[in-house]
Design a protein around this ligand. Structure first.
Ligand SMILES: [Zn+2]
Length: 113
């Protein structure tokens, strides 16, 4: 049995949810342009917020696609530093983790130095 089946399910569900959210954001962005200049300013501000949300959503979708691709190629869940398998429990909480806890802690410490 595929140990990452559950994570793939989680990722696919998330991917679907984010795709729908992105579509809704796009619709919001397209809809309604008011004649009133004050409303226009407000709409512009909203558009910027929506744009930022869209970028965030797109970034997350990219991460999901990458993780799904790695699962497909059997390269998922391998620590980029030590090459050991990242424990499943950690991946369930952090599906995009690319380091085991030991290496992640070491990398974090190195960044702070
Ligand atoms: Zn490691």
């Amino acid at each position: 049995m595929d140990p990452y089946a559950e994570i793939r399910e989680i990722l696919l569900a998330k991917q679907k949810e984010l795709s729908i959210r992105l579509e809704k954001l796009k619709e919001n962005l397209r809809s309604g342009r008011s004649a009133d200049s004050q409303e226009q300013a407000q709409e512009l501000e909203n558009a910027e917020v929506i744009d930022a949300l869209g970028n965030e959503t797109r970034l997350e979708l990219t991460k999901i696609a990458k993780a799904l691709d790695q699962i497909e190629k059997n390269t998922y869940g391998i620590c980029v530093d030590c090459g050991q398998e990242i424990p499943l429990a950690r991946l369930k909480v952090h599906p995009f983790a690319d380091r085991c806890i030991r290496c992640a802690t070491a990398a974090e410490a190195a960044r702070r130095r």
